[in-house]
Design a protein around this ligand. Structure first.
Ligand SMILES: Nc1nc2c(c(=O)[nH]1)N[C@H]1C(S)=C(S)[C@@H](COP(=O)(O)OP(=O)(O)OC[C@H]3O[C@@H](n4cnc5c(=O)[nH]c(N)nc54)[C@H](O)[C@@H]3O)O[C@H]1N2
Ligand SMILES: Nc1nc2c(c(=O)[nH]1)N[C@H]1C(S)=C(S)[C@@H](COP(=O)(O)OP(=O)(O)OC[C@H]3O[C@@H](n4cnc5c(=O)[nH]c(N)nc54)[C@H](O)[C@@H]3O)O[C@H]1N2
Ligand code: SF4
Ligand SMILES: [Mo]
Length: 920
């Protein structure tokens, strides 16, 4: 007998690896791509080994963008919130939820239910969202539950409701491939919905007749696909589409039969468009008459058209009107309810649509029923068996933070969103949260700008641990499956909400054993007393067994007896969901943005997304791989404007608005001829966690659309001036604690993390020599310091056991070493040669490292080798892929490769964007 084996504990006996396939959904954008994950092990000792797109998922057919491709690189448990905290101290769950429930009870007793609010997120799963909405509206008895989706697609929701009687997105992704005309309005899909953009590219190749129009003040990467780019004056979209409606009328391009049988309000709407002839439109939109006319002619003549719209439409003080102006044109030309046609609002977040379904906005009830409608209220209350039901709409996001600031709301529970960064009027949001009696934050990370204000921090489970459903932009419900156990004591959002509900005395109504049960209740509610009144009907998904729920295949709602496999396209029968069953035209006035430029604030501030980052970077910021494309926030500005300001590329400028608060925003300049003059663009992702002056939200004043309540986040009015600092520099330090200590000494800092070392751009109001002396005083005595001074510049290299711990270079004007070279110097496995030390001290780098910026993150291909191949004859993206592999994996850089080819005049005739094996 083998005694050794007998004495070995069971867990140490080598077990054969258990391999399995986990199928789930990407947690980022509203495309809703399926991902396949190969898992190893079981129970608590499971690991996720590799990830690919799900070949059979109808949203992506196997493709993923760069963010999805790198999901596993950001999924470790570092920086995860692991335990509940009360005023910064670890407590157990019972203490935390007792505290939350007691506070809610106390505030309701003293000030009424409207003094309590939830601020939730389109990144919650439908099941989380459902219980949060049910608790607030049916049991606490207020409608004060609003969501970051207010900042995202509430204008589209309001427009759909006005036109169709219900919040219904008529189209699906196949329409993008079946259309003859694709109009992208206020969407940078190449970066923000990359897998859909790849489908558009492919459609373009298959159908040479397909034309693409991009309507965006900036010339974005999306324009690589465009036949026409209309660089519209910001905020002027209503004029453009009002003009289109008039043009359709003037050129016999109306669908009179459809207008007559399926719509109402056409005559008044057309009358409101009469002032908008070609000249007036061109002048209002800052375009030429020829540009306007060629777009109009194409729309009028095209047998089908999809208008794909996003934040350039929604995030506006006339966002709802912009969306209705688009819808009007589709109704008038009958380009709706048929293949390849329709006004297609594209959602940003993975579950913005699911949130809409459960009614997670302050002006909705649940299952597309209305708060103002007493029949709906009664119906929902009875279904929930609830003690009460909110009788009027609650505070919408901007008003909510104002109400907190005014002391009207005394308790707020924030879930899965980072409003201190993402809301406009940051100064007010910070003040409101600092004043609020109780701020509860459920999040997955230990630090973000909002958690700084939390009295209670609750650790939620994250993607890869959560179990439930999400609905994408084309109404497709997909399962997100929990593959890993939540780390530490983290719990699922729905569990946390239900536990608090139970402690409030509502245990019976929140006694769910699993997300499957919650989903079932939601599906039943959509079907309950529906009678064809509401399109949102999931009766075909009611009563699923836990196994059926677990195996649920992606399906587009409505799912009913008549559409058991789901429904790809709405309104094919020309029946809408208004009282008359007819679609409504909305007559629209052209209004200017509210935060207007003036002599004091002459520049228009536009803001939006970068290719590789997700929102406030709590996840995508964790891997240096996703920071290589854009390492730092920059302000894109037209060359003439930078000349007028006297700033050159990479120099720091200060940005101020009338609502700025005390400190300015400070960003380095990126000179970009693709900007319109007088308009600048900044990315939204960087926050106070990332830099001392990266608080963009303070520059937008909270002006919002009167119908939807959606804040304007594309049109701030700002003043720009060169930032005055006496010294500028670069800091790299491998000791994280020391790094933070040093940053705190600088007047300006902005993190640029690398793999082996923390680095930052810094600046101060003292001389380089003085700052160096001050920082050196904070260093441990045992370290070896070598410094080098030349004129007003100074460099400092600090070594421990011959390994670099710190590198600091300070100058009167900013210069920096390339990040990847610096990073390689700090590689703990590398050797620091004398030559490298000398280069560092002289602030120089060997030429071989200067390969330009990273273009393809998957294969680490940089700008210079690509340009060299283009110079050497590569004339298509495909050819570049063959030579360097760039663009052949996730494809996110292909539009950029295409731009590089076009810029260098090398693009071949044939559209260069397809790669072998893309979507079939
Ligand atoms: N990489 C990445 N992808 C994302 C996200 C992310 O954080 N990172 N977030 C997701 C989310 S939640 C969302 S909502 C979507 C947003 O997706 P998009 O809406 O595509 O992205 P944005 O960059 O916010 O803005 C789109 C464009 O609107 C333009 N614009 C500004 N003003 C106007 C105007 O007045 N008229 C017109 N026609 N255009 C205007 C801007 O110049 C910008 O290029 O992206 C989703 N996808
Ligand atoms: N200036 C400007 N501002 C904007 C925009 C703009 O274009 N310009 N866009 C707006 C838009 S469209 C959007 S959608 C918002 C997005 O803005 P936010 O929603 O505020 O940004 P995120 O970084 O996505 O915040 C999500 C938070 O939830 C946490 N989290 C992740 N998963 C989970 C989970 O499962 N459970 C819990 N409890 N927490 C989780 C993350 O760590 C993070 O802190 O920004 C808006 N703000
Ligand atoms: S396009 Fe990218 S971010 Fe969006 S769902 Fe697909 S993989 Fe995720
Ligand atoms: Mo969004």
């Amino acid at each position: 007998m083998n005694h050794n084996k007998l004495n070995t504990p069971l867990s140490l006996v080598a077990q054969p690896p258990v391999r399995s396939l986990g199928q789930t959904t990407c947690p980022y954008c509203g495309v809703g791509c399926g991902v396949d994950i190969s898992c190893n092990g079981s129970g608590r000792s499971i690991s996720l080994e590799s990830l690919t797109g799900t070949p059979e998922h109808p949203a992506n057919f196997g493709r993923l963008c760069v963010k999805g491709t790198h999901l596993l690189d950001t999924n470790d448990t570092t920086q995860r919130l692991l335990y509940p905290q009360l005023n910064g101290e670890r407590v157990d769950w019972d203490q935390a939820t007792d505290f939350v429930a007691d506070k809610i009870r106390q505030v309701v007793a003293e000030h009424g239910p409207d003094a309590v609010a939830f601020y939730v997120s389109g990144q919650l799963l439908t099941e989380d969202y459902y219980v949060a909405n049910k608790l607030m509206k049916g049991f606490i008895g207020s409608a004060n539950i609003d969501t970051n989706s207010r900042l995202c697609m509430s204008s589209a929701v309001a427009a759909y409701k006005r036109a169709f009687g219900e919040d219904l997105v008529p189209c699906n992704y196949e329409d993008l491939e079946q259309t003859d005309l694709l109009v992208l309005v206020g969407s940078n899909a190449a970066w923000t919905h990359p897998v859909l953009f790849q489908r558009m590219e492919r459609a373009r190749l298959r159908n040479p007749a397909l034309k693409v129009v991009v309507i965006d003040p900036r010339q974005t990467e999306t324009c690589a696909l465009a036949d026409w780019h209309l660089a519209i004056k910001p905020g002027s979209d209503v004029a453009l589409f009002n003009g289109l409606l008039r043009y359709l009328g003037d050129h016999q391009a109306l669908d009179a039969d459809f207008i007559e049988t399926a719509t109402e309000g056409f005559a008044a709407t057309l009358a409101a468009c009469m002032p908008w002839d070609l000249e007036s439109v061109a002048s209002c939109c800052g375009l030429s008459v020829a540009e306007v006319e060629s777009f109009y002619r194409r729309f009028a003549q095209s047998p089908s058209a999809v208008t794909f719209f996003s934040m350039g439409v929604n995030q506006s003080t006339s966002g709802t009107d912009k969306a209705n102006a688009i819808i009007n044109c589709h109704l008038a030309s009958g380009k709706i309810g048929k293949p390849g046609s329709g006004p297609f609002s594209i959602t940003g977040q993975p579950n913005a649509m699911g949130g809409r379904e459960v009614g997670g906005l302050a002006n909705m009830l649940a299952a597309h029923m209305d708060i103002e409608n007493p029949v709906h209220r009664e119906r929902v209350q009875t279904f929930w068996n609830a003690p009460t039901v909110a009788e009027k709409g609650g505070y919408k996001a901007v008003d909510l933070f104002q109400a907190i600031d005014e002391g009207k709301v005394k308790f707020v529970w924030i879930m899965a969103t980072n409003p201190v960064v993402s809301m406009p009027n940051r100064a007010q949001v910070e003040r409101a949260l600092a004043r609020c009696d109780t701020v509860v934050v459920s999040d997955i990370v230990t630090h973000n700008d909002t958690l700084k204000f939390a009295h209670v921090a609750l650790p939620a489970s994250g993607w890869s641990e959560k179990n439930g459903t999400v609905t994408n932009s084309e109404r497709r419900i997909s399962r997100q499956r929990g593959l890993l156990p939540p780390p530490g004591e983290a719990r699922h959002d729905w569990q946390i909400i239900c536990e608090v509900a139970a402690k409030l005395g509502f245990a019976e109504a929140f006694d769910y054993a699993s997300p499957a049960q919650i989903f079932d209740e939601h599906a039943c509610l959509t079907a309950w007393q529906n009678n064809g009144e509401r399109a949102l009907n999931l009766s075909g998904l009611a009563g699923l067994s836990p196994q059926q729920y677990d195996r649920l295949k992606p399906v587009q709602w409505p799912v009913t007896e008549s559409t058991p496999q789901g429904c790809a396209r709405l309104f094919e029968n020309k029946r809408f969901f208004t009282a008359s069953r007819k679609a409504q035209f909305i007559a629209l006035e052209v209004l200017s943005p509210r935060q207007l430029t003036s002599a004091a604030y002459p520049y228009v501030l536009n803001s939006g997304r970068m290719r590789d980052q997700w929102h406030t970077m709590t996840r995508t910021g964790k891997t240096s791989k996703l920071l290589q494309h854009t390492a730092q926030a920059q302000l894109a500005i037209h060359p003439q404007d930078s000349l007028a300001l006297g700033v050159v590329s990479n120099e720091l400028v200060t940005l101020k608005a009338h609502c700025s608060g005390n400190a300015p925003v400070i960003l380095p300049v990126k000179i970009d001829p693709r900007q319109r003059r007088g308009e600048v663009f900044a990315p939204i992702h960087w926050s106070a966690t990332w830099g001392s002056h990266c608080t963009l939200g303070q520059l937008f004043d909270g002006s919002h659309d009167p119908v939807s309540g959606q804040p304007e986040l594309k049109h701030g009015a700002i003043r720009i001036a060169p930032a005055e600092f006496d010294c500028h520099g670069q800091l790299a330090c491998s000791d994280k604690g020391l790094f933070e200590l040093l940053l705190a000494e600088c007047d300006y800092w902005s993190r640029v993390p690398a793999t082996h070392v923390s680095t930052a751009r810094i600046a101060a109001n003292i001389s380089a020599v003085e700052l160096c002396r001050q920082l050196a005083m904070l260093l441990p005595k045992a370290y070896c310091q070598i410094s080098f001074q030349q004129g007003s510049s100074v460099t400092l290299l600090v070594l421990k056991d011959d390994h670099p711990v710190l590198y600091l270079s300070l100058h009167h004007k900013y210069t920096n070493l390339p990040l990847d070279w610096l990073d390689s110097v700090f590689d703990p496995d590398g050797e620091l040669s004398f030559e490298v030390q000398a280069s560092l001290l002289r602030n120089q780098v060997e030429a071989s490292f200067l390969q330009g910026k990273l273009v393809c993150s998957c294969f680490n291909v940089r700008e210079k080798p690509i340009l060299a191949e283009i110079a050497g004859g590569a004339d298509s993206v495909e050819e570049l892929g063959k030579r360097l592999k760039c663009g052949t994996n996730c494809g996110s850089c292909r539009s950029e490769l295409s731009s590089m080819l076009t810029d260098s005049g090398a693009a071949s005739e044939q559209s260069p964007l397809l790669i072998e094996g893309a979507l079939s």
